[in-house]
Design a protein around this ligand. Structure first.
Ligand code: IPE
Ligand code: IPE
Ligand code: MG
Ligand code: MG
Ligand code: MG
Length: 328
């Protein structure tokens, strides 16, 4: 497979430049300073990159999708600020989260303004023939993420979550925004119905795999690389695929008691994390979740067959392997 690292870096560079030029610290500083802090804090920028590649994949110049791609990235950053408040996370991209560095009201308001900034980057009616579809895809993405996050919160308190519930929740909270990027990229490039549908399906599978892997990394990554607190999902009582499979696979009293403790208290304190890891290792939960996300990543690649073969459809294939080999 061709190595697309150089193209990826060029896209990243253009995206970073665009965002830093767009988000300036102006008055009121207590609003724009945290906004700029968040935007300048890095991240993989997978959503705008995806929008650009998808635009290229339907035969157009990827750079015409940069503004809409950045809109999705800003929307994503909005969800992160609010997610960190909801998950009580202290660390993001290796730095204090906004509500820790400032406070919760600041985090709420910064999130709100970001939604407006994101919309302003989408094409107006006279700027693109597909503008209406682009805007409505964006709005749907926003609504789906909120629904997914609502399920995520609701599940913290419930003890009857099934694997099906989990997949429905991650579809909404994570996969839908990646789908939004792909659809918007395809629409910007004026792709046809079949192309847009293939891109949507590709991003759906990519997104499911991405969240399964995010859950695994939450427990197994190096904190310095991940930039987030290791074990946060255990502390918060998240019913991840790993927890749900551990419930199925546990048989000795110690494991059953540990999982019951997790369910009863809606999570465990940080000192339990080595115990959870030991149990997951022993029950082969890490192996099971890896096999699961690998199958979704493979499925994503197989969705690309109906697209015309050009460098960007090849790059979509390459992106899958880049993501599956990530450690942050
Ligand atoms: C984190 O997203 C939230 C999830 C949907 C798992 P990313 O892993 O894309 O975060 P950044 O933007 O690279 O920091
Ligand atoms: C990400 O879920 C979903 C959204 C931000 C919408 P997580 O809560 O797993 O994301 P991280 O791990 O904090 O980045
Ligand atoms: Mg979180
Ligand atoms: Mg969360
Ligand atoms: Mg996570």
């Amino acid at each position: 497979m061709i190595d697309f690292s150089t193209t990826y870096k060029e896209f990243l560079r253009a995206i970073e430049d665009k965002m830093l030029e767009y988000v300036k610290v102006i008055p009121p500083v207590n609003l724009y300073e945290p906004f700029e802090y968040l935007i300048s804090g890095g991240g993989k920028r997978i959503r705008p990159v995806l929008a650009m590649i998808c635009c290229g994949a339907v035969g157009n110049d990827p750079y015409i999708a940069i503004d809409s791609g950045v809109a999705v990235e800003i929307l994503h950053n909005f969800t992160l600020v609010h997610d960190d408040i909801m998950d009580e996370s202290r660390l993001r991209r290796g730095r204090d989260t906004v509500h820790i560095k400032w406070d919760v009201p600041t985090g709420i308001l910064v999130g709100d303004v970001m939604v407006g900034y994101a919309y302003n980057l989408l094409p107006k009616a006279n700027e693109h023939i597909r503008s209406q579809e682009i805007i409505s895809a964006f709005t749907n993405g926003l609504i789906e993420v909120c629904e997914g996050q609502a399920y995520d919160m609701e599940f913290n308190r419930r003890i009857d979550i099934t694997i099906e519930d989990y997949f429905n929740m991650i579809d909404k909270k994570t996969a839908k925004l990646l789908e939004t990027s792909a659809i918007i990229g395809g629409l910007t490039g004026n792709g046809n119905v079949e192309e847009i549908n293939a891109l949507r399906l590709y991003a759906h599978n990519l997104g499911i795999a991405f969240q399964l892997q995010d859950d695994l990394l939450d427990l197994t990554a190096e904190q310095a690389e991940l930039g987030k607190t290791i074990g946060q999902d255990i502390i918060e009582g998240k019913k991840t695929y790993m927890i749900l499979r551990a419930v199925e696979k546990s048989s000795i009293p110690e494991d059953i008691a540990l999982l019951e403790e997790f369910y009863k208290n809606n999570g465990l304190t940080i000192n339990y994390i080595p115990k959870i890891k030991e149990m997951f290792e022993r029950l082969e939960i890490f192996k099971v979740v890896k096999e699961k996300y690998e199958s979704y990543y493979n499925e994503a690649q197989s969705c690309l067959g109906i697209l015309k073969d050009n460098e960007y459809t090849q790059m979509l294939n390459w992106v899958v392997d880049k993501l599956r080999n990530r450690n942050s």
